[in-house]
Each structure stands twice: as C-alpha cells, then as structure tokens.
Write a protein that binds this ligand. Structure first.
Ligand code: SAH
Length: 367
C-alpha cells in the first residue's frame, strides 16, 4: 500500500502501526483532518450505529487521597471545599436518571479505599439496583482498589468500571504524579477489574505537558493491547492551583481540541466496536466540543446530574462547563444536539459496547 492519506487510514483500520498513528496525530491539512473524521465516522456507523447513549454522571465526592500534579481536586489543594453527598442525595439523583430514561449512570469521585468508603459504595449499588428493579446499569469510576473490593462491588451490581491509565508511558506517568503513585499498580488494577468480570474502560490525558506524539500514538496501541471495552479520554486543561500549571505557558486550546478529536478518531478506527465517550473536557474547549467528538467517532455522552450546589467543588480543571445547567436543561439541550447530527439517543438501555459481547463470544467456545 502506498503512502497517500487514505492508505494510511486503511492500514490503521487493518494493521495499526505506530508510524501511521504518528502521521495522523501530527499536524494535518484541513482536508486530511476532514478525511480522518469521515473515515472514523464511517466505522462508527458500521460498528456501533448512529446511536448515542447517555450515562448520567454523579460526582458524589471530591475528597481525594491522591495528589496528581494536574488535578484541581488533588489532596494538597487546600482551596477546595471538600464535600460528600449523602446516600439520600445520591439515590435521589439515581432515581432522576431512571425516571428520565437514562439506561445507566456513573458514580465518580476522588479516590479513597477506606472501609467506610468501600461499604458506602456497596450499599449504594444495592439500593440503586433496588430502586430501579435492577434496570439501571451502573459504572464506577472511583480509582484504584484491591481485587477483593472490585469483586465485592461487582457482586453488589456494578458492571462497568472506568479507570484511566492517564498515559501509556510509565516515565511520563511518574513526571505528572508524586512518588508513591504507581503506573504498574494502575495497570494491575485494570487486570483485576477484567478478572472480576467488569466491562473495563480506560483512557488518557491528551496533550499533557511533556507528552510527545509518540506517547499519544502509544496510547492508542495500549488500548489494543489491553483489549479495552470502553474509552474515556480528554484534552488536558490547566488548573492554576496545581503544580503542573507552571508548565502550561504555551497552552493552546485550539491544538488541544484538535488533538482530542484526532485521538477519538484514531481510537475508533483502531478499536472499532468499543464505546468511546465525548467527554466534558472537549466542551470546555469549545461549546460544541462534544458534538465534534460524536462526529469524530464517539458514541457516549455522560451528562452531569450532580446537584448544582456541588458542581463548583468538582473542578478537575478550570473553566469546566455546565456549572449552572441543571440535569433537566442539559438533557433537553443534548437531545437536540444529537438529533441535529442525524443521530438518535437510545434511552432505557445499558448500551454495553458490542466489543464486550464479542469478546465473551470469542472466549467461550460453547457459545
Ligand atoms: N479519581 C478517580 C476519577 C476522578 S478524576 C480515578 O482515579 O479514576 C477523572 C479523570 O479526570 C482523571 O482520570 C483525569 O484523567 C481527568 N483529569 C484530572 N485533571 C484533569 C485536567 N486538569 N484536565 C483534564 N482532565 C483532567
């Protein structure tokens, strides 16, 4: 095959290589960029359909034991007022998701692994399953835990888990985290999640200081190797109360958005039948960022259903959008957006990735 842009895209689809990934993640002409997104959209339409699933996200606590250099709610940021929603508040928001036909929700928070936290999650899982007669699907995104904890939560009703590896490059990982935060441990957690039966999602910070095009190309191949079922990734956005802020002098939002979209397209072309989220960080860079994400190949949106009173407390980065857009208004706006793209929102469904079911079929000789 030659080296025309189309042949690069075809090779990516059939035998992904680092060099071709680097080619598409490097600056492109407007025409090439358009061809890339069209190609990815074609694969999305074929593999997962022109259907969007909503997962209501409840950011139930910003209390965190981690100290990641990029994150606004890191333990050492003493400017943050810490909060934790009560069980009743969380259940009210879960019920809202169910009443509004979101087939599933995501529980996300800062990272803790103490017994009170582990018990709380288990209790909530059981109650959420109960209030929806088992119908609401539940994704957890609460960080690194022991195999035993992952198993307990799976038993209690969680069936998907998001844990971003943040970067596939261990050396870069150690530059953006303090000592004691371990890339190997995080990777091990992805294995434990898989072994516990979850559909496993991972992802990256895109365009974080110190990251090269090689690193990002490696990130896409990491997903292939990890055989991920879902991906949540988004452009890095600075927060002025974090150590990494001092390295963001040349921050270029236009480049970040473009990189974020190109990563979505690359992941769609390489991974094909997985779920890919159009994340809020895209919207932070452009009011239509999430639509652009859907056009580049994403098929999941996670509308924020957290009570407005708590939203300012969960600013992982600055200028996070949706601080005053309540869950109801957001649902209406998003639905309009999806329709305008000629796509449909699929309500009342878990919306598992076809990849997960294909993976089970392939591994179970009896089916
Ligand atoms: N603590 C949980 C999840 C909450 S943070 C966990 O460890 O899994 C969710 C994600 O927000 C992180 O994985 C990180 O990739 C992203 N994030 C944090 N700071 C960010 C920033 N400054 N810009 C963009 N994304 C950020």
């Amino acid at each position: 095959m030659g080296n025309s842009f189309l042949s690069v895209l075809k090779r990516l689809e059939h035998e992904p290589q680092l060099s071709d990934l680097k080619r598409i993640l490097s600056p492109l002409t407007p025409k090439e960029e358009q061809d890339l997104f069209r190609y990815a959209y074609h694969i999305k339409s074929r593999e997962v359909g022109r259907i969007v699933y909503f997962r209501g996200i409840i950011e139930f606590s910003n209390i965190c034991t981690k100290d990641c250099y990029y994150c606004g709610i890191r333990k050492s940021n003493s400017n943050v007022t810490r909060y934790e929603l009560t069980d009743e508040e969380i259940l009210r928001e879960a019920r809202w998701c169910h009443d509004n036909h979101y087939g599933s929700l995501v529980l996300q928070s800062g990272e803790r692994s103490d017994a009170a936290f582990v018990d709380k999650i288990e209790r909530l899982l059981i109650k959420i399953k109960d209030l929806s007669q088992g119908r609401l699907g539940i994704t957890l995104s609460v960080g690194e835990q022991s195999l035993e904890t992952y198993k307990r939560w799976f038993e209690a009703g969680a069936h998907r888990y998001l844990l971003r590896i943040e970067t596939s490059n261990p050396a870069l990982y150690s530059k953006i985290h303090p000592a004691g935060h371990s890339w190997e441990k995080r990777k091990q957690c992805l294995h434990s999640l898989r072994d516990s039966g979850y559909q496993v999602g991972t992802g990256f910070l895109i365009g974080v200081p110190g990251q090269t095009i090689d690193d990002m190309a490696g990130d896409v191949l990491f997903l292939k190797e990890a055989d991920a079922d879902m991906v949540g990734m988004g452009p890095y956005i600075p927060h002025n109360q974090t150590p990494l802020f001092s390295e963001t002098a040349g921050f270029d939002p236009v480049r970040q958005l473009s990189l974020g979209l190109k990563m979505i397209a690359a992941v769609r072309i390489v991974m094909k039948d997985i779920n890919i989220a159009a994340t809020t960080a895209l919207q932070a860079l452009s009011p239509t960022g999430r639509e652009m994400g859907l056009r580049a190949g994403a098929n999941i949106i996670m509308p924020n259903v957290t009570d407005l009173a708590y939203r300012t407390g969960y600013q992982l980065y600055q200028n996070k959008p949706g601080m005053d857009e309540n869950a109801f208004v957001q649902r209406q706006n998003l639905e309009k957006t999806v329709r305008a793209l000629g796509e449909e929102v699929h309500y009342d469904a878990w919306g598992d990735s076809p990849h997960f079911h294909n993976r089970l079929k392939n591994h179970d000789p009896s089916s």
